[in-house]
Design a protein around this ligand. Structure first.
Ligand SMILES: [Zn+2]
Length: 170
């Protein structure tokens, strides 16, 4: 098991060698994914298996990542756990898509490929359209409601007593 993930590699060669590798990359490595998120914090844990099945060269993988998204109720940040399991047939030409066995999705590649692009595409596919807190959100909202009330009371205390001058008039 190789612990470092290569950025540029020949996917066909790795499939022929039945290579396996695992490692992690920071979420900040995936700019298109980051655009969909609340921050670029976190990392993706990646396990990859290359191989051949009959005439098909494949890349199987599992990615897990905890990412920060904006809660659509309270607009605060919430952690979303992403998990992607994929099984890609590596093909050279778009015309070959029809030949790809059913259990695979097709990845068109010349062989040499920027591996983070593959990981990023798979993560983007599992990002939910909207995110929200489950139970924590309501307590956050309650805090938000309490705050202005306290401020109002403080302001009330600062205001001069409207009856203060009344005493002088009498
Ligand atoms: Zn929330």
């Amino acid at each position: 098991m190789q612990s470092r993930l290569p950025e540029f590699c020949d996917l066909f060669q790795l499939a022929d060698k039945t290579a396996t590798m695992s490692g992690s990359w920071p979420i900040s490595k995936f700019p298109r994914l980051v655009e969909m998120l609340h921050s670029d914090s976190g990392e993706a844990v990646i396990e990859l298996e290359f191989g051949r099945s009959g005439r098909t060269r494949f890349l199987k993988g599992t990615i897990t990542a905890d990412v920060e998204m904006q809660c659509q109720r309270c607009l605060d940040s919430t952690t979303v756990s992403l998990k992607s399991e994929f099984n890609l047939a590596l093909i050279e030409l778009e015309e070959h898509i029809a030949r790809v066995p059913e259990q695979y999705d097709a990845l068109i590649t010349e062989g040499r490929h920027y591996l983070p692009d593959v990981i990023e595409d798979e993560l983007i596919l599992v990002v939910p359209i909207v995110a929200s807190h489950d139970s924590k959100c309501s307590s956050y909202l309650n805090e938000q409601v309490i705050e202005p009330v306290i401020q109002e009371q403080e302001e009330e205390a600062k205001k001069p007593n409207p009856f203060a001058n009344l005493k002088d008039l009498l």
